[in-house]
Design a protein around this ligand. Structure first.
Ligand code: ADP
Ligand code: MG
Length: 694
């Protein structure tokens, strides 16, 4: 057994061993440190008493009593059902256990022994709706004299994101053992004065209590401390990154010549909104300055980000530089290509489209024309960042729907040029102050205004029949619509699938021309379908969520979303952003049979408001912890416990403290800050490519 450190392999933790440690490895947990920094996803309150709970704690139903009657129930399926009646002085519970038959292990006789009449037990599970009896579907149970019962019942219990093979019970035991043997080896990383100033517990105490809280107060404090720590480390890393970028000079000089920009503007067919003008000014002043631009262009679906980006590309083209424009799906890239070609058809600007489905020959041609500088604007999917694509004079890189890309792809695009100006676009609605601190190396432009004349999309939760009858009415009036499905192919018949429903629709409504589109379809077919939908030959487009990003077909004003409960609020909001793109009134119909209480609350929130910001806050509260609307996919963030919406007050404290730290110790090299600095470099150094200046 090696000398224990926090880097000790978890196979040495009591009860683990090689087989189980392999399972932990599939979760990315190799060392004791990995294990103890693998924070619970949420907590279950398994105390018998009640108390007001924060959103990340959920009450579990616990009953404690004596078995008064036990009987079994066999079924012919591999499932066995076991029932017992349990009583305590005050009340009675009817316990039901479902267990799979196991040829190697006689579960039945084990359960029979455990539930012998007279035994006293804790049972934990879900209350089944039953008016006559207090029926409990038992998930876990423990005899009252079970050793270390407090780890499993009668306290706040951690819940981990685990795999099926690693039970929550085993996970808890392992974490408990690791804390007992190793917690004292964890060092403090925050400067002492910050701990005192913010009245935060030490790191050891916080880690121990985040897994096994002494009580609710300890849990809240522990979480506060770890959230603060996570924010502060991230903010310090951004600070280092920002300096690194602003210390470089792009050595390119620009001039606004207007020979492309003016005719472009005049032929647009509309004038820019004030918000668009402001964004364009901000972007232009970055491009004209000697420092490379890193700007996030944020604005709700449909606000008109594309033409803003195109203006930037034209400024680059006026000065003889190339632009790369990357979009997450082929459909979207092609649509941008078509829009750009149309808007620039009268101008000496060459636009090209590069996707992975082009033939070798077509690719070679585009590759050559990119290298020679003949192509001014290259639009494409991630095919653009492939090695063989080399630009003659790339100066501007634009990423559309950036939350669909990872950090590495963003960096790869940046590296196609030298000190490339970066413009990153997103519809992720996070409040401005949050965006500024979360995307700390970026400047922010927000388009907070829709083009004039748009009518807000109305959203309804309705039955399938009603939804389709509204769709038919709309088509009779000359409109078009989408029907969106969460799954493409049927798997277990539980949920409606795109392909099957499309076939049914064609049978039932032979007179309505329908088409189908999904991500893995052949490119050629996708293109044909999209263009038929665009010119209104196809009236109803059956689609997967591939249309979530970017698609712009103005005449489509009705959308049905099937099994809406399967989509997150962010996706629903993005999806309905596909309609309401003209002056027509638009309606989005959500169809959901038997949604859970939580799902219903989400769907109602989406019906109630069109405001993305409001939804993102709501989303954070409904989910409790972890994922922030659309931001989880944002590769840079990878926050393991902090939730920027839920914890925004802690974030603001951390911002204040970061500012003070850097004001007094600009490089964090003083003795009290060194450990913090080292931790920042350890965590973010290679991930964000931070150059540690010696
Ligand atoms: P998003 O910001 O979601 O990417 P798009 O750039 O696709 O939005 O714009 C949505 C639609 O609005 C497009 O058809 C675009 O031509 C149109 N549009 C953009 N700006 C204006 C404007 N100022 N006035 C009228 N229509 C506009
Ligand atoms: Mg867009």
């Amino acid at each position: 057994m090696p000398v224990p450190t926090i880097k000790t392999d978890i196979k040495y933790i009591k009860g683990v061993g090689p087989a189980k440690s392999a399972l932990f490895k599939t979760l990315g947990i190799e060392s004791v440190e990995d294990l103890l920094l693998y924070y619970p996803r949420m907590w279950l309150d398994r105390r018998l008493e009640t108390e007001k709970l924060p959103p990340y704690v959920e009450k579990d139903y616990v009953f404690c009593g004596k078995v008064v009657r036990a009987f079994t129930h066999y079924t012919s399926s591999p499932l066995m059902i076991f029932e017992a009646v349990i009583e305590n002085g005050a009340s009675k519970a009817h316990a039901i256990l479902f267990r799979h038959r196991n040829p190697r292990f006689d579960i039945m006789s084990k359960i029979k022994t455990d539930f012998q009449v007279g035994k006293e037990l804790f049972i934990i599970g879900k209350q089944e709706p039953d008016f006559l009896e207090n029926k409990i579907r038992v998930e876990e149970y423990y005899p009252v004299n079970y050793p270390q019962i407090k780890r499993h019942v009668n306290s706040l219990i951690p819940v981990y994101s685990s795999t099926e093979k690693l039970s929550q019970k085993f996970f808890r035991e392992t974490v408990f053992n690791a804390i007992s043997s190793h917690i004292n080896l964890f060092e403090e990383i925050l400067p002492k004065k910050l701990l005192i100033k913010r009245a935060l517990p030490t790191r050891n105490e916080a880690i121990a209590n985040i897994h096994f809280p002494k009580n609710l107060k300890f849990l809240i404090k522990a979480r506060e401390r770890l959230v603060y720590e996570e924010f502060l480390l991230m903010l310090c890393a951004w600070e280092f990154k920002k300096r690194q970028i602003s210390s470089s000079d792009k050595n390119r000089r620009y001039e606004i010549k207007r020979h492309l920009l003016t005719p472009f503007k005049e032929n647009l067919g509309f004038s820019f909104t004030n918000a668009q003008k402001k964004a364009i000014n901000e972007i232009f002043s970055n491009i004209l300055s000697p420092k490379p631009m890193s700007r996030l262009l944020q604005g709700d679906v449909g606000c008109g980000k594309t033409v803003v980006a195109l203006s930037a590309a034209l400024l680059a083209a006026e000065n003889g530089f190339q632009t790369a424009f990357m979009a997450p799906t082929e459909i979207l890239a092609r649509q941008h290509f078509e829009t750009f070609s149309k808007l620039l058809s009268h101008l000496p600007v060459k636009v090209a489209l590069l996707t992975s489905s082009l033939s070798r020959k077509e690719k070679d041609l585009i590759q050559a024309e990119t290298a020679s500088g003949e192509i001014d604007i290259l639009i494409g999917t991630h095919a653009i960042i492939e090695k063989e694509i080399v630009f003659k004079s790339l100066s501007l890189a634009i990423i559309d729907e950036q939350h669909k890309f990872g950090v590495r792809q963003r960096a790869a695009l940046r590296q196609k040029g030298e000190n490339t100006d970066m413009l990153i676009m997103t519809a992720t609605p996070i409040p401005r102050t949050l965006a500024l601190s979360l995307y700390g190396d970026l400047e922010l432009s927000s388009i907070d205004e829709m083009p004039p004349g748009r009518k807000p999309v109305k959203t309804w939760l309705v039955s399938q029949e009603e939804a389709f009858s509204k769709l038919k009415e709309e088509i009779l009036r000359g409109g078009q619509g989408y029907v969106v499905y969460p799954v493409i192919e049927e798997t277990n018949g539980e949920i409606k699938s795109l392909k099957k429903e499309f076939e049914k629709f064609k049978m039932n409504f032979p007179l309505i021309k329908a088409g189908m589109i999904y991500g893995t379809m052949k490119t050629e077919e996708k293109n044909i379908t999209m263009s038929k939908f665009l010119n209104s030959e196809i009236k109803v487009l059956f689609a997967s969520s591939v249309i979530e990003v970017g698609i712009d077909v103005k005449n489509a004003s009705t959308m049905i979303i099937q099994n809406a409960e399967r989509f997150g609020m962010a996706s629903l909001h993005q999806l309905r952003g596909r309609i309401g793109r003209s002056e027509k009134a638009s309606n989005c119909f959500l169809v959901s049979e038997n949604p859970s209480k939580e799902a219903l609350e989400r769907l109602n929130a989406v019906c109630r408001t069109n405001n993305g910001f409001e939804l993102s806050e709501k989303d954070a509260y409904l989910r409790g912890s972890g994922e922030l609307m659309g931001v989880k996919q944002h590769g840079e963030l990878e926050l393991s416990i902090a939730n920027p919406v839920l914890d925004k007050n802690i974030l603001f404290l951390a911002i204040q403290d970061r500012d003070e730290l850097f004001a007094t110790d600009p490089d964090l090299r003083s003795r009290e800050n060194t450990i913090l600095r080292n931790k920042v470099i350890e965590m973010y150094g290679s991930k964000w490519n931070l150059i540690d200046a010696g």
